[in-house]
Ligand binder design. Structure first.
Ligand SMILES: *[C@@H]1O[C@H](CO)[C@@H](O)[C@H](O)[C@H]1NC(C)=O
Ligand SMILES: *[C@@H]1O[C@H](CO)[C@@H](O)[C@H](O)[C@H]1NC(C)=O
Length: 192
């Protein structure tokens, strides 16, 4: 009898263990992402691509971290609610698979981006991305060359105007001289 019961307990324990293992496998959250390190320039956009699979509706939260700064970007449950922090609301686009798009990058966006996925059961998993935002120097040069070009064209235009005015003035002067001549004759003749 004793022997038999001991076996029962062991069987039950084994069964429970297997069940827990299967539950764990089925319930496991997985976050797939291909590129974990991205480099962009100021004013460009970035897309943190992830694909989440889990039991039920996940709660997705993105957090930005840099040095001592830690900021929540947004939290959402696909199809339930979306809560994007005010600071990011105009620049962040959340997706159902957990991805986010961040547009109009600034130097301050340089840092770590962590996505935390929480299941209804309470278990959670996270993964991080590194974003490097580079300053664009050639853009300043471009601005400079564009302004230089604009100034040069303006100067050219001014010179052309001056030259045309000068020409027109000379033409008017000669024309007036020519037309004044008979007039002069008339005025000279008048007193006679
Ligand atoms: C997530 O969804 C977006 C938009 O539908 C898609 O562009 C992106 O490739 C998806 N990411 C993955 C890893 O499947
Ligand atoms: C949205 O997020 C902010 C900051 O994380 C929080 O204070 C606020 O209560 C949230 N609102 C909703 C409706 O969840």
């Amino acid at each position: 009898m004793w022997h038999c019961r001991l076996w029962d307990v062991q069987d039950v324990a084994l069964f429970l263990n297997i069940m827990l293992y299967i539950c764990d496998l089925v319930g496991a959250i997985s976050i797939h992402s291909s590129q974990k390190s991205l480099t962009r320039s100021v004013q460009e956009d970035v897309f943190f691509s992830v694909d989440i699979t889990c039991n039920g509706i996940p709660t997705i939260q993105w957090t930005f971290m840099s040095g001592t700064v830690s900021r929540t970007i947004g939290t959402w449950q696909p199809g339930v609610y979306t809560n994007i922090t005010v600071d990011y609301s105009s620049r962040v686009q959340p997706y159902n698979n957990g991805s986010i798009g961040l547009s109009d990058l600034r130097l301050q966006d340089n840092g770590f981006y962590v996505v935390t996925v929480t299941e209804t059961s309470g278990s959670s998993k996270d993964t991080g991305f590194v974003l490097k935002v580079n300053e664009v120097l050639y853009e300043d040069l471009q601005y400079l060359s564009v302004s230089a070009l604009a100034l040069a064209s303006l100067a050219g235009l001014l010179m052309l105007t001056v030259w045309l005015l000068d020409k027109a003035y000379k033409k008017i002067v000669t024309w007036r001289r020519r037309s004044e001549m008979p007039e002069n004759d008339v005025t000279e003749l008048q007193p006679l």
